[in-house]
Design a protein around this ligand. Structure first.
Ligand SMILES: [Zn+2]
Ligand SMILES: [Zn+2]
Length: 362
């Protein structure tokens, strides 16, 4: 059997930017989207956030990339068509798609609204869909997904600054809730002040926590406190500051994916404190048991969130006026944006203005 070309696989023409190989360079790409199925919602993509995993995926750094690869899993837009059995959405609604577009719907995780932990979850891009075709992400003009994986964006939210909530937002919201760090009066540390970290500060503050940012860069102190509302700031290599803060935190959300020492972070925790990892350093952690035994501390992890919780996070953000701090860029700027993202040269998330720039990017 001869494999069909990406632009002939499905009935609806689509256009986006794709990486063709592990150089990671993105360029214009014609492909196609499936017809709107009875449970599907189709929408015109207006904005798409750029996540750090897009950078890893275009370069095949996790060794599972399928090319051509259209990245993007912080996708927002306006509904253009709904299937006959769609119940929750109608044409004209503002919607989003995050990291997932499919799961088995029957395992323990799925039945507990944790599709994100389903062994058969289908990622928004670079994965095999039920029909055997490859999924393409939001660096593109249109999107179609099963309504179960569509999130409603309330009318009062700005679409551009809401897009990053669909990955960065839920990635930090879910562990704050699950690990009980969402109570007024808790003291939460946030390690790293990038796309994830700045969202963690905003959500934890809105939940009523006292928030301390822990960073290697002293020059981020002003942003953390004045712009994002953090209560205090620690320079992680300043022994004196770290010593004073020992044993003061109920939990820490660690967003850093570069290698860094964990023992000093465990030292910041009170007894029963929790160090929660949402970044993924390449090498195994160095974790001496004594740093956990003393104070019954724990280290946990968390990965995005289920669909029910993702909607809850968006509604919470709408209620508390939480949005991402973004730099909006045209689609043809994505390669430069990837390079700048690698250097953490963005405050704090690039969002591609697909709606206004896709036509000029062919
Ligand atoms: Zn992401
Ligand atoms: Zn499942």
């Amino acid at each position: 059997m001869v494999a069909k070309l990406p632009e002939e696989e499905h009935p609806k023409a689509a256009f986006g930017w794709a990486a063709r190989d592990q150089s990671g360079v993105l360029s214009p790409f014609k492909f196609s989207r499936r017809a709107t199925g009875e449970k599907d919602v189709s929408f015109k993509v207006l904005y798409c956030g750029m996540c750090h995993s897009d950078l890893h995926m275009v370069k095949n750094e996790w060794a599972n990339s399928i090319y051509p690869l259209v990245p993007g899993h912080e996708i927002v837009g306006v509904v253009t068509e709904v299937g006959s059995k769609v119940e929750k959405f109608k044409v004209g609604d503002k919607v989003g798609v995050g990291c997932l577009v499919g799961s088995c719907h029957s395992c323990d995780n799925c039945t507990n609204n944790l599709e994100n932990y389903c062994p058969q979850l289908i990622l928004t891009y670079g994965a095999k869909y039920y029909d055997g075709t490859i999924t393409y992400g939001g660096y593109s003009d249109t999107m179609v997904a099963d309504e179960h994986f569509i999130v409603r964006i309330p009318d009062n939210m700005p679409l551009d600054a809401t897009a990053p909530l669909l990955c960065a937002g839920i990635t930090v919201y879910s562990p704050l809730k699950y690990y009980g760090l969402d109570k007024p009066g808790t003291h939460v540390g946030v390690v790293g002040l990038g796309g994830l970290g700045h969202m963690a500060v905003k959500f934890a503050k809105a939940m009523g926590a006292k928030v301390t940012v822990i960073s290697t860069s002293p020059n981020k102190k002003q942003q953390a406190i004045e712009c994002l509302g953090a209560d205090s700031f620690l320079v992680s290599h300043d022994q004196d500051q770290m010593k004073v803060a020992m044993g003061t935190m109920d939990g820490i959300i660690d967003t850093v994916s570069a290698m860094h020492p964990f023992v000093p972070l465990l030292g910041l925790l009170k007894s029963h404190g929790k160090l929660i990892l949402v970044g993924a350093p390449e090498k195994p952690l160095e974790l001496p048991a004594f740093s956990l035994l003393m104070g019954r501390k724990m280290v946990g992890g968390s990965c995005i969130g289920g669909m029910k919780e993702t909607q809850e996070m968006i509604d919470f953000a709408a209620k508390h006026s939480i949005k991402s701090d973004i730099e909006v860029i045209p689609l043809e700027y994505v390669n430069t944006a990837m390079e700048r993202m690698l250097k953490a040269d963005v405050r704090y998330r690039f969002v591609i203005d697909i709606g206004n720039t896709v036509n000029s990017s062919h």
